[in-house]
Design a protein around this ligand. Structure first.
Ligand code: GRF
Length: 202
């Protein structure tokens, strides 16, 4: 299945996807970054994957920038849009157009800790368990229905950095597996709030 991966930063999730592309039946048409300096672009280049930079600061609106991305997607008959550390909010037009085809990974056990700084917030809230979630993207930020999660324990010695690295390890294992479910047609977004896995709402 043809896909694009949208990034803004280091791209360690992108790397785990690249390392598994053939096993998960994914053909990465392009890696698109909102940030020209993202290390993830280097990872893509090293893997021989075409790259594009769409820096929203250079466009007059969110929609004009998103239209650039939409063109790449439409020209290449992309069937899955994979957000991997993409730090821009997508326009409603983008989300409407590709509803059910956009996946995201978020570093918390959603619906807990939507938004940023999830690891510090989990520590501050004295949580014992934290983790990562893969979900379908809908117009509600980090609010689309969850497909799968992985958890980690928060130890008393953990800080935001150590916790981030524990969670990232889980992310790298989880995301390719869920992308594979998607490329196999096993998961579908039903309406705005439900996920179907193998024909059953989960
Ligand atoms: C990950 O924690 C991911 O869950 C979040 O942004 C981070 C990206 O890390 N959406 P990387 O760029 O994949 O290393």
């Amino acid at each position: 299945m043809n896909g694009v991966v949208l990034i803004s930063g280091g791209g360690s999730n992108l790397q785990s996807i690249i390392d598994n592309v053939s096993a998960i039946d994914l053909n990465i048409i392009c890696v698109i970054s909102s940030n020209a300096d993202a290390y993830g672009l280097k990872r893509a280049e090293k893997a021989g994957i075409p790259i594009a930079v769409v820096d929203h600061q250079l466009f007059d609106s969110r929609l004009t920038a998103d239209k650039k991305i939409m063109k790449v997607i439409d020209d290449a008959k992309v069937e899955v849009i994979i957000l991997a550390g993409y730090m821009r909010i997508l326009s409603p037009e983008f989300i409407d157009k590709y509803l059910g085809k956009i996946l995201n990974i978020h570093p918390s056990l959603l619906p807990k800790f939507k938004g940023l700084n999830t690891h510090q917030r989990a520590i501050d809230a004295a949580e014992k368990i934290h983790g990562a979630s893969v979900h379908f993207v809908t117009e509600e930020l980090d609010g689309g229905p969850v497909i799968a999660q992985r958890s980690v324990e928060i130890d008393s010695i953990d800080n935001a950095k150590s916790l981030a690295s524990k969670v990232l390890k889980k992310e790298h294992d989880l995301y390719p597996k869920i992308i594979h479910w998607y490329t196999q047609g096993r998961i579908k977004l039903i309406g705005n709030n439900n996920v179907q896995l193998d024909g059953q709402i989960i």
